[in-house]
Ligand binder design. Structure first.
Ligand code: ADP
Ligand code: MG
Length: 731
């Protein structure tokens, strides 16, 4: 009998790298070809329409229906030239990934039967009512109104995929509650723009707009498709629930930045060509730390667009992988014992005058502004550290946080030695010492000079969840499969809130007679003191840090259902409602969805684990066991009793060992099923999620331990599931 596993291995070895060629020699020749950019728009729309559209997208307001009609007509013409016959409103429900429903452009010419014509109106472009009753909403729509609407996000350009024009949209209920991840993000971006402009104007009245930037780094694993297909756990849950670690994995560090294997290199090229077609500025590709782990990172861009592009990229990666005979794993922890995958979110703010607000300046005035934004961010991250953790926490990411390479399940901020020295100095100076007016009445800061090019590379700390990296912060705790919106809405909202408070406090001090500089300095100094507990440059993976973090009052909760509760704490509700990002009703509804999602994920994994052990592992173990038993009988038939006993002793020991593992596995699988049944009848989602975490999840490790032990002793020829060495080293 030849196992599927061995066929898959054999086939995998036969696969050759695909020939991929660039659509054109110069990337700029086809870059953004499938995107309805402003430049493309200008070719398809009248000048007046273009002007009206630009005004609405840049300054806000509602788009006149006649303008929308014109834009829709131009958009359809452009899309049809690229082969589109359909269109879709693309939205980001509270599940993983995106949703879309495709409609054809066709409509009756006049009366039914008179023939058809391609048509696309402004109304269809601007708004749709998908039959959305099966998207999670946390009870919002049953309480208010059953309908959900998608509405065009004019700030993210439409694009064409295959035969479909894709229109980025938000998803809201009839009464206006957000049912998606994009609507709150847009609100958070507006909030941080407003709050940051107000603060910037204390330094430079010319600043009229502040943009939030995001540069994501997408990590992923590639697994041969045939092998993938023989692992039900990978197929159904995105991760391996079983599997003993390979004798060799990442201990030699020989994969990281190593030369890219050819089949993978072809894949990487291919996804980059696709990225360029969609105007996604893919910049960096390399091997990651774990075997078969890789990374793709574009040049950073405006946050809302960058989020959409990441979602697009993940779907491109999945699609193209099939072409190359791979499956891409975006799960945060597909394999135990080796690195998981993250999606570092490089985040910064920049003004319309071209100033990066986290870039140290050339003058003291600029540096005062830099320190202001830095310290306000630290204060926000300190105050909302539990919430920020909640914003990135999922059943999947929980496996990554705290394990191996990953940031721990504690949010702290890394600054590096230079900046730490600057803040320490400021904290310990009086305002007169810190702010000196020189003879020419120029402001100078009595703080160590902040170099113009500030890349504290020497002690870049990989263990920090939130690290300053020269001109930006890097939120590293974000998971590889995540929609960045969740983290970005929370971070931008928290910083917006803090900047508004900062401005109010400074204004009050100025009103009481302080100079602007002294007022700013005093508030900064207070913030440095208040937020000190969030700063940590040491080893975030150490056990001492866990003790220390708890002492400092940072959130150290590790249970996902409990971490989620941070969304509805008093400070979070105040943050989200005051910045207008989410209402209290929306926050509660979202938590319901999060708990529900958590329950379902663990439930599915538990079922798959049960299936695998009962249908794959135990039958194989039993078969091997009876083979050994057979051997014992035969030994007895051939040898004298005394000799036979000696010879059969090893077999007997092995038989016993196998029996023991089987029995423990069976017992635990049964107990897990009972625990699930008990959890399932709990009515409230939060209590149910906690039950899944506390009483179902713990069985996973016990069962796995014994299965992995069996893997070590059972005949390799009989083992049905591809092993770690096959999944991780065949490419
Ligand atoms: P590393 O892996 O060393 O962190 P990468 O080059 O892989 O660095 O990724 C850095 C990411 O940060 C890129 O997406 C880059 O465009 C982005 N980035 C650089 N400067 C900024 C900035 N000011 N704001 C936001 N993102 C930035
Ligand atoms: Mg990085």
């Amino acid at each position: 009998m030849s196992l599927l596993r061995f066929k898959a291995v054999e086939e995998a070895f036969k696969k050759k790298a695909l020939e991929v060629t660039a659509p054109s020699k110069l990337t700029s020749d086809y870059y953004g070809k499938y995107v309805f950019t402003k430049a493309t728009m200008a070719k398809y729309l009248s000048k007046d329409t273009m002007k009206a559209f630009k005004s609405v997208t840049e300054k806000g307001g509602t788009l006149d229906l006649s303008i929308a009609d014109d834009v829709a007509a131009g958009m359809r013409m452009w899309a049809m030239e690229l082969g589109a016959t359909h269109y879709t409103h693309w939205f980001q429900p509270l599940t993983d990934g995106t949703a879309e429903k495709h409609d054809s452009f066709i409509d009756y010419l006049g009366a039914p039967g008179e023939g058809i014509v391609e048509d696309f109106s402004g109304k269809l472009l601007a708004q749709q009512e998908p039959d959305a009753s099966s998207f999670p909403n946390g009870g919002i729509r049953s309480t208010f109104e059953a309908r959900g609407y998608t509405a065009w996000d004019t700030s993210s350009p439409a694009f064409v995929v295959d035969d479909t024009l894709v229109i980025p949209t938000i998803f809201i209920s009839y009464t206006g509650e957000s049912l998606d991840l994009k609507a709150p993000l847009l609100k958070a971006l507006a909030a941080v723009d407003k709050a940051a402009v107000a603060v910037c104007q204390m330094f430079d009245p010319n600043v009229k707009k502040v943009v939030s930037y995001l540069g994501w780094e997408q990590e992923y694993f590639l697994v041969d498709e045939g092998l993938f297909a023989t692992r039900p756990d990978l197929m159904l849950t995105g991760r391996t629930l079983l599997g003993h670690e390979s004798a060799k994995n990442q201990q030699l560090d020989d994969h990281y930045f190593g030369s890219v294997p050819t089949r993978v290199a072809a894949y990487m090229k291919d996804i980059e060509f696709e990225a360029y077609k969609y105007g996604i500025p893919a910049k960096t590709r390399h091997n990651e730390v774990a075997p078969n782990q890789f990374e793709l990172a574009p040049i950073f861009g405006e946050c809302n667009l960058a989020v959409d592009q990441n979602l697009q990229m993940m779907s491109i990666m999945r699609r193209v992988a099939r072409r190359h005979g791979f499956r891409v794993l975006l799960h945060e922890k597909p394999f135990a014992g080796i690195n998981g995958s993250g999606k570092h979110n490089n985040w910064s703010l920049g003004t319309d005058t071209g100033v990066g607000l986290f870039t140290p300046g050339k003058t003291a005035e600029e540096n005062l502004q830099f320190v202001t934004f830095l310290v306000c961010t630290l204060k926000a991250v300190h105050k909302h550290n539990a919430l920020l953790k909640a914003s990135i926490m999922t059943a999947q990411n929980a496996h990554r946080l705290g394990a191996n390479e990953a940031p721990p399940a504690i949010v702290s901020a890394f600054l590096g030695t230079q900046l730490t020295a600057v803040l320490d100095k400021l904290e310990n100076s009086t305002s007169d010492e810190a702010i000196v007016m020189d003879a020419k009445k120029k402001l100078s800061l009595g703080i160590p000079h902040i170099p113009e090019v500030f890349l504290d590379n020497t002690d870049r700390n990989r263990t920090s969840a939130f690290a300053f990296t020269g001109n930006r912060f890097e939120f590293r705790a974000v998971g590889s499969s995540a929609n960045c919106s969740s983290a970005m809405s929370t971070l931008n909202a928290a910083v917006a809130y803090q900047l508004t408070e900062f401005k109010a406090e400074v204004d009050a001090k100025i009103a009481s007679g302080l100079t602007k500089e002294k007022a700013i300095f005093e508030v900064i100094k207070a913030y440095i003191k208040d937020s000190k507990a969030i700063r940590f440059d040491g080893n975030g993976y150490s056990d001492e840090w866990k003790v220390e973090a708890a002492k400092r009052g940072l959130d150290c909760e590790t249970s996902v259902p409990k971490i989620i509760e941070a969304y509805t704490s008093k400070s979070s509700i105040e943050l989200f409602t005051k910045t207008g990002v989410l209402t209290e009703v929306e926050l509660h509804a979202r938590n319901e969805v999060k708990w529900e999602t958590y329950i379902k994920k663990i439930q599915i994994e538990a079922r798959v684990l049960g299936d695998l052990t009962i249908n794959h592992i135990i039958p194989v173990a039993t078969r091997y066991q009876s083979l050994l038993l057979d051997n014992v009988y035969k030994t007895k038939a051939v040898f004298s009793a005394e000799k036979a006993e000696k010879i059969a002793a090893m077999d007997l020991a092995l038989i016993e060992e196998i029996a023991e593992h089987i029995s423990v596995i069976k017992k635990n699988v049964e107990a897990m099923v009972v625990a699930r049944k008990v959890a399932n009848i709990i009515e409230h989602e939060d209590a149910k999620a906690n039950a899944y975490h506390d009483s179902v999840l713990p069985y996973f490790d016990v069962i796995r331990y014994h299965v992995d032990k069996l893997e070590l002793i059972i005949d390799d020829e009989m083992w049905t599931l591809p092993k770690y060495r096959e999944l991780l080293f065949i490419r």
